[in-house]
Design a protein around this ligand. Structure first.
Ligand SMILES: [Zn+2]
Length: 61
């Protein structure tokens, strides 16, 4: 069985094999175990939050 997962590299639709717990993206070739994938996505969310804060700081009020 295969589920859809968002690819952290290209933001397109990657596939997660439920049996092997592997994420594969056919668009950019991203490949990771589910544990790794979660860590990467967690890291991305933090980077995005940092970017958001940095951007809002620069806004003139
Ligand atoms: Zn990808």
């Amino acid at each position: 069985m295969v589920l859809e997962a968002k690819c952290p590299e290209c933001s397109r639709r990657a596939e997660m094999d439920v049996d092997t717990q592997e994420i594969n993206c056919r668009f950019c070739g991203f490949h990771a175990q589910y544990d790794e994938y979660l860590e990467i996505m967690k890291g991305r969310a933090e980077v995005m939050a940092d970017d958001f804060l940095a951007t809002s700081d620069k806004k003139p009020f």
